[in-house]
Design a protein around this ligand. Structure first.
Ligand SMILES: Cc1cc2nc3c(=O)[nH]c(=O)nc-3n(C[C@H](O)[C@H](O)[C@H](O)COP(=O)(O)OP(=O)(O)OC[C@H]3O[C@@H](n4cnc5c(N)ncnc54)[C@H](O)[C@@H]3O)c2cc1C
Length: 274
């Protein structure tokens, strides 16, 4: 059967089509799905376009941010309320990719891609998932990523998260061999809220250190309740590898990823080499 193209004008319609036909894939920005088409990996099925304006809506002025899954990296980059996310949006591909690549697509991008999803994991985002014609439900991003690994998904309509109270509490670093737009050796995001000079409810996430973005729980424990000084950073580096399962790919070996992770985590935490 040849490749078919369908159009959905509402989120509910798109979610219904995706739920009823396993061979349908949403064409969001298309940077990955069209590569599969052009390189012959997706030739038999349906590409679904979604034109609902709500898919690209953003609500960024308050403490809680809601971003439609159809927003591109360039749109995030250009929003002044989201300046803390600029380093993340800028880290995804070159300018042409950033004008097409969406938040929704990044949540499905396989490792070593998924830099924006790493930031969302550190921000403890909720992923709004619509599985049929009903309404969307909020799924914690960690649960969403685990379900994605098992092949369970639906239509992602939006993501929501609390804006960091202080932009400096959010840190992001992408390590790549090719500058400025290489693919990740790894990416690291940290949200380290500060209360009275001590870190409270630290969340740290890695990209390209496991099959999906993962929390760095050992690092979070090492930093919790501490001030961000040399002793705490040393303890965080010592715990850096806990829970990681990096792969060997065209970018780096799993050995190399393990070797350099503590070094880059230390640089992220000290702000070195920004
Ligand atoms: C040259 C190049 C460089 C790149 N560099 C980077 C990089 O540096 N960092 C990085 O993270 N990524 C990178 N990518 C990967 C990719 O561009 C991004 O991850 C992008 O965010 C994917 O979004 P998209 O909208 O283009 O996805 P699409 O190609 O539209 O979709 C990807 C997959 O996700 C599914 N999907 C998309 N949106 C939804 C949704 N809302 N609900 C349900 N399913 C959905 C699609 O059906 C498809 O299976 C690069 C890609 C290329 C080609």
């Amino acid at each position: 059967m040849p490749l078919d193209v369908r159009l959905a004008t509402s989120m509910a319609e798109a979610a219904g089509i995706l739920a009823s036909d396993q061979r349908t894939r949403l064409l969001s920005g298309g940077t990955l799905v069209m590569r599969d088409v052009n390189e012959g990996r997706f030739l038999d099925g349906t590409l679904l376009r979604l034109t609902d304006p709500a898919y690209r809506q953003m609500n960024t002025s308050g403490a809680r941010v809601e971003l439609g899954a159809g927003l591109t990296m360039a749109m995030v980059f250009n929003n002044h309320d989201l300046s803390f996310l600029q380093p993340v949006a800028r880290a995804v591909g070159g300018p042409a990719i950033r004008h097409m690549a969406t938040i929704g697509g990044n949540l499905f991008a396989e490792t070593p891609y998924g830099d924006f999803a790493v930031a969302l994991l550190a921000l403890d985002a909720q992923v709004m998932v619509q599985s049929g014609y009903g309404s969307a439900r909020a799924v914690a991003i960690e649960e969403f990523l685990n379900a994605r690994e098992r092949g369970v998904s639906g239509l992602v309509t939006a993501v929501q998260f609390e804006k960091p109270r202080n932009a400096a509490d959010f840190k992001f670093r992408k390590v790549s061999r090719v500058k400025p737009k290489g693919i990740s050796v790894m990416s690291i995001a940290a949200h380290l809220p500060n209360s009275g000079g001590r870190i409270s409810q630290a969340r740290v996430a890695y990209g390209a250190m496991a099959p999906t973005p993962v929390r760095a729980r050992g690092v979070e424990r090492a930093l919790e309740g501490k001030s961000l000084d040399a002793t705490a950073i040393q303890a965080a580096k010592a715990a850096a590898l806990e829970g990681t399962r990096p792969a060997t790919d065209a970018i780096a070996t799993e050995w190399y990823r393990r070797e350099v992770l503590p070094v880059h985590l230390g640089r992220l935490l000290t702000g070195e080499g920004r």
